[in-house]
Write a protein that binds this ligand. Structure first.
Ligand SMILES: Cc1cc2nc3c(=O)[nH]c(=O)nc-3n(C[C@H](O)[C@H](O)[C@H](O)COP(=O)(O)O)c2cc1C
Length: 314
């Protein structure tokens, strides 16, 4: 499961883990905030033992802040650190972080090598296939993931998660499977032992398996496809192992949603419970009474409210 700001908190990670996720990522965490000891940011690093292996994703433009930030992360006992080189959001890329870092491959190399030197846990990287021009930044010419892989060639990076979309088309449309395939080939030539994971736009169990075959990737990192259906991990694994998988019935969906609500309640304060509402809308998607249910679910305040609405439903 990839990092997703506002989504991949401890409760969601526990749910995904319980459905077979091999590795879960936290939401991205700013190296600036870690460096300056932000209490709120340190709270974002909290996790339960059952979530392991947990990987914390960090972001920021200043290479000098990475070693201390990475050491703080490593102290929590998580399994690894991932560095964000793909975020297109204005508040990240517009300040020189995320995908904007690709404009200066020396900086990329510097950030990754400083982080690797600072900690004993594995350090992976996540990026996109390409970038042309970032609004408000000087033209840097076409930059691709091939340049990125070249820049990291001398470093012992632990894995690459490659989102198959460019900066220019950040979240919509299909991924570029040919670019994913070619990048994977190049990555494995240089890093034969490091997993290459593809990411982006994956919707069905069958398409995931086809895309894995086509790109020859070692694995897949799932994101929005998981909304309301964390069992996708189990279904994909079952399909790979046996050629078949089970649809999930409403009793299981309901049980998962209620468990999710309870985990969120336990791990965050009650004010944060409103975050559960968006997940609930996805859990009921596809039910004939979804529209009616939505009206009730957008008002839930606690796990009891959730159980009261969902439990009686057949
Ligand atoms: C709400 C949201 C938050 C995200 N936050 C992060 C993040 O913190 N770090 C990151 O590397 N990618 C982040 N992403 C990108 C996803 O990890 C993923 O690369 C992207 O959604 C493409 O996969 P998909 O098409 O399967 O959703 C985010 C995406 C969404 C939709």
């Amino acid at each position: 499961m990839t990092p997703m700001a506002g989504i991949t908190d401890s409760a969601w990670r526990q749910i995904c883990k319980s459905w077979g996720a091999d590795i879960v990522h936290t939401e991205f965490v700013s190296v600036d905030a870690l460096y300056h000891g932000s209490t709120k940011t340190m709270q974002m690093l909290e996790y339960k033992a059952s979530e392991q292996p947990v990987v914390v994703q960090i972001f920021g433009k200043n290479a000098d802040l990475y070693p201390k930030a990475a050491q703080l992360v490593a102290k929590t006992g998580v399994a690894g650190i991932d560095i964000n080189f793909g975020c297109p959001a204005k508040k990240v890329a517009g300040h020189g972080g995320g995908i904007c870092l690709l404009r200066d491959m020396n900086s990329v190399k510097n950030i990754v090598s400083k982080t690797i030197e600072a900690v004993d846990i594995p350090v992976s990287v996540k990026t996109r296939i390409s970038l042309r021009k970032i609004q408000g930044q000087p033209e840097a010419g076409d930059i691709t993931v091939f340049d990125f892989i070249d820049a990291l060639a001398d470093l012992p990076i632990a894995a690459l998660i490659l989102h198959g979309r460019s900066y220019e088309v950040p979240f919509t449309g299909p991924v570029d499977l040919d670019m994913l395939k070619k990048a994977g080939q190049k990555f494995k030539e240089i890093f034969p032992d490091a997993p290459f994971l593809i990411n982006g736009s994956f919707q069905t169990v069958e398409s995931v398996v086809e895309d894995l075959k086509y790109t020859k990737a070692d694995g897949i990192a799932l994101s929005r496809a998981l909304y309301g259906r964390p069992w996708l991990f189990k279904q994909i694994k079952d399909y790979i192992a046996t050629g078949e998988y089970q649809e999930v019935n409403w009793a299981t969906i309901k049980e998962t949603a209620i468990k999710h609500a309870n985990l969120l309640w336990e791990s965050k304060n009650d004010r944060a419970f409103v975050e559960m509402r968006k997940h609930l809308l996805f859990y009921v998607k596809g039910r004939p009474d979804a529209t009616e249910l939505r009206k009730q679910l957008v008002r839930v305040e606690n796990p009891d409210d959730v159980a009261k609405i969902l439990k009686p439903l057949k």
